[in-house]
Design a protein around this ligand. Structure first.
Ligand SMILES: [Mg+2]
Length: 482
């Protein structure tokens, strides 16, 4: 738990459904369900209008159809969602080298490590700036939670939904958590929730009151210990950048905790040199030096310093890492040390290529996933009705182009017919026309972008401190309010 709410959790609001509403003007304000439409299909995302009718994700689509018979039922368009996800993740990457994506539309960001916030005011301003940037670039809304830990940041974004921001001031978390259901805590699923309820514990307050020993008796040692800590709002899990092509880092875990400050300094220097070796081997340079320290109690700190310009000079990186270490108390002992360099000089281009390659790879994987393997029996074609054939050729919600009528999307298909609504993300709701499924003028099309002309956000976040000459760990600067 850190003393400032600098862990950010972003969660896009009803992501797939919102993307569909943004793309299809006629569906705005209407119940929209995105998911599998076959007999065993499951809801992936429901719009807020559909949720009000009781539809939620993971519900069988057949059940959703009974609850919301008039909703629009659409087949997911993953290529569009990935494009938007890439835009969102790219914006998050500008706030910090430490971004931990949880799914296409959800991620943790360590603002302190990025030097983009160091107190409540700067964290709130950064969160609001991010929401505005996401809205401008993607046309969609996301909710932001800010707190001193990952658990609370995620709870905060959930509470902030839809289209909101909630900051939990460190020190207030116990009070906030107390009346909430035990189910809000990570790892408490329906089974554990029932188990606790039978023992008379329904709120987080009940868990905190019960005490660790009682919880260990109830749910076992490992789970009970963690549950009690979470009920007290204690969570020291670090934000981990899992596949971070934008940085180079090295770290070491020590068999025995290091207590000697001189030894800790020597290890940091050694790691800095190794890090630069890897940086140079990759023919790259970077401008933000990150130090990671895990202490004897598993609390993990990151400190970062952004240089005036990119470097691959071992002396510069070593000195920056040493300065960062000065701001960290290591008296209790150190388990792990890491040094990284991020904000790579060739970052922009590299990243674009990486994204393009990723998209190709994902598309390929999708195809492999959906294509029946050679040895699998091919489904009997006569088992398909004409209706199923039409649905497979023209999936509901997917894009089409008609030579005379322009861009549209499949509203539905029946026996030998496909119904298309002709509209674009920036047009008024369009008209509906029906064609034969083999109409030569109609062909599948690629999704259109949701925003017609993206505003120029290339220099965002411009007002954040980008350049520090020396000495000042970004996390210590008091001037970082944008
Ligand atoms: Mg979401």
């Amino acid at each position: 738990m850190r003393p400032a709410p600098t862990i950010l959790h972003l969660d896009m609001d009803a992501f797939y459904a919102s993307a569909e509403q943004a793309a299809k003007p006629s569906l705005r304000g209407k119940a929209v369900v995105v998911g599998g439409l076959g007999p065993r299909g499951v809801v992936a995302t429901a719009s807020y209008e559909a949720r009000r009718l009781g539809v939620h994700s993971a519900m069988p689509t057949a059940q959703a159809r009974r609850l919301a018979p008039n909703a629009a039922y659409l087949v997911p368009r993953f290529s569009l969602y990935r494009t938007v996800s890439d835009q969102v993740m790219e914006l998050l990457g500008r706030l910090s080298p430490l971004v931990e994506p949880l799914s296409l539309d959800e991620a943790f960001v360590d603002l302190e490590a990025g030097g983009t916030a160091d107190d409540s005011a700067s964290a709130r301003a950064t969160g609001e700036g991010l929401r505005a940037a996401i809205r401008a670039v993607t046309g969609l809304s996301g909710s932001v939670g800010l707190a001193g830990s990952k658990m609370l940041a995620k709870i905060a974004s959930e509470e902030a939904k839809p289209d909101g921001l909630l900051l939990i001031e460190p020190g207030t978390e116990r009070e906030l958590l107390a009346p909430m259901s035990v189910r809000i805590l990570p790892g408490v699923g329906p089974a554990t929730g029932d188990h606790l309820r039978r023992a008379g514990m329904t709120t987080v307050h009940d868990l905190a009151e019960a005490g660790e020993a009682e919880l260990v008796r109830l749910v076992g040692k490992a789970h009970g210990h963690g549950l009690h800590r979470m009920a007290l709002g204690l969570d020291d899990r670090p934000v981990v950048a899992e596949r971070d092509a934008k940085s180079v880092s090295v770290e070491d875990t020590f068999d025995v905790d290091l207590h000697d400050r001189v030894r800790v300094r020597a290890e940091v220097e050694r790691l800095a040199v190794r890090c630069v070796e890897r940086l140079r081997a990759a023919d790259r340079s970077g401008r933000t030096v990150v130090l990671k320290v895990r202490r004897y109690d598993f609390s993990t700190l990151t400190r970062s310093e952004t240089l005036r310009g990119p470097t691959d000079d071992p002396t510069v990186v070593r000195e920056a890492a040493a300065r960062l270490l000065e701001s960290v108390d290591t008296t209790g002992g150190v388990r792990l040390l890491g040094v990284g360099v991020t904000g790579l000089a060739d970052y922009t281009q590299e990243d674009l290529f990486a994204q393009a390659a990723d998209a190709r790879e994902l598309a390929q994987r999708d195809r492999e996933h959906h294509a029946p393997a050679a040895e699998e029996p091919v489904p009997e074609p006569e088992a398909d009705s004409a209706e199923q054939l039409a649905a497979r050729r023209w999936p509901a919600g997917h894009d089409v182009h008609h030579e005379e009528h322009g861009h549209g999307w499949v509203q539905g298909s029946g026996i030998g017919r496909v119904t298309v609504r002709f509209e674009e993300p920036w047009s008024a709701p369009g008209r509906v026309l029906t064609f034969r499924i083999d109409d030569p003028l109609l062909r599948p099309a690629d999704p259109l972008p949701l925003v017609r002309e993206s505003p120029d956000y290339s220099s965002w976040p411009a007002s954040l401190p980008k350049s520090r000459s020396s000495g000042a760990a970004a996390s210590e600067g008091g001037e970082s309010s944008p």
